[in-house]
Write a protein that binds this ligand. Structure first.
Ligand SMILES: Nc1ncnc2c1ncn2[C@@H]1O[C@H](COP(=O)(O)OP(=O)(O)OP(=O)(O)O)[C@@H](O)[C@H]1O
Length: 312
């Protein structure tokens, strides 16, 4: 495998704050690498270290075979988390301006179309909505058709439909051979886009693997959650093959794969359980994140499959 990016034992502190503590990773040509982790974990610092926009205290980075500060800028795209281009240029003027900085630049109208800004091309940047501004910034990072693209929280502020458009754009770029290093707080985004995911916590890369590998290793079990209408579930007896637990009006059947949903529902029927909802929950990256960071999300992950209500 051709490694485009290799980082070894990176250390970086800001005064007393340790932002990176011995981070090593590699990214192969054409790979999409997703970096997740809590606020303050060190993700932006890592992106800056990998792109040569901050000096590290220790460790080495090789980007396209060079020290990142020596890499031909024509080959790199970087979307920083905070990026404020000139407010009184239109989206088109901004792209034209950035295009002028490179020997070889992409067509402005093509870029405007790709990021969904064709209709707002002649609006001043400062008058674009937050999501449109982010789209314009993404267009600016693509202007030189980079071989390696760093995207630090690219879809923050972009509406759901726009996010999906941008995911499709990243997928097209990756299919075309662009290597992508992406940070995100959206587990859905990373699960969809990344070939491999790294979880950074308190400056340390806690785990790296494909989304499937991480979910298998750290995601826990799939389960069927049954919400009863009003009855007490404590006395419900299901066959021994089903491991259950009860909390109030909620009964959880543990370790249920998709093929076992039918038999489990039949067993509930046989036991005479009247339920208002059945939800099958499959572990995903969110569960991996929660189990490895010890954090809690405010709202539970939407159900993988919401099954029929149980008014019978
Ligand atoms: N320029 C700086 N000066 C001082 N401290 C900094 C600086 N940049 C980052 N830090 C600190 O380093 C730590 C890591 O910050 P960083 O921005 O890399 O985290 P992050 O994972 O990108 O966070 P977020 O998800 O909130 O964007 C934090 O404690 C932050 O306060």
């Amino acid at each position: 495998m051709n490694e485009v990016l290799v980082a070894a034992d990176l250390h970086k502190s800001y005064g007393d704050v340790t932002a990176l503590s011995g981070v090593s990773l590699s990214v192969a040509e054409g790979e999409v690498f997703g970096l997740i982790g809590p606020n303050g974990a060190g993700k932006t610092t890592l992106v800056r270290a990998l792109t040569g926009t901050t000096a590290v205290d220790g460790g080495t980075v090789s980007l396209l075979g060079d020290d990142p500060t020596d890499v031909d800028r024509q080959r790199l795209g970087l979307l920083p988390q905070e990026f404020r281009p000139a407010g009184r240029l239109t989206a088109r003027e901004l792209i034209d301006y950035y295009a002028g900085l490179y020997d070889d630049a992409r067509d402005t109208d093509d870029l405007l179309g790709e990021v969904g800004l064709a209709d707002a091309a002649d609006t001043w940047y400062e008058n674009l909505s937050g999501g449109q501004q982010r789209r314009a910034c993404i267009a600016l990072t693509l202007v030189n058709d980079p071989d390696v693209l760093f995207l630090d929280e690219p879809t923050t502020g972009i509406d759901p439909a726009g996010r999906r458009d941008l995911w499709a754009l990243v997928e097209r770029l990756a299919d075309g051979g662009t290597t992508v290093f992406l940070t995100s707080h959206s587990m859905e985004e990373v699960e969809r886009l990344a070939d491999r995911v790294g979880l950074l916590n308190a400056g340390e890369l806690v785990t790296v693997g494909s989304p499937d590998e991480l979910v298998t290793e750290h995601g826990g079990e799939s389960r069927l959650v049954v919400r009863a209408e009003d009855e007490s579930l404590d006395s419900v007896a299901l066959p021994d093959e089903f491991a259950t637990s009860v909390h109030g009006s909620e009964l959880t059947i543990h370790g249920i794969g998709p093929r076992e949903i039918g038999p489990a529902v039949a067993a509930l029927d046989d036991a005479g359980v009247t339920y208002e909802s059945l939800v099958w929950k499959q572990p995903g990256l969110e569960e991996v994140y929660l189990s490895l960071t010890g954090e809690q999300f405010e709202a539970a992950r939407p159900a993988s499959v919401a099954l029929a209500g149980g008014d019978r």
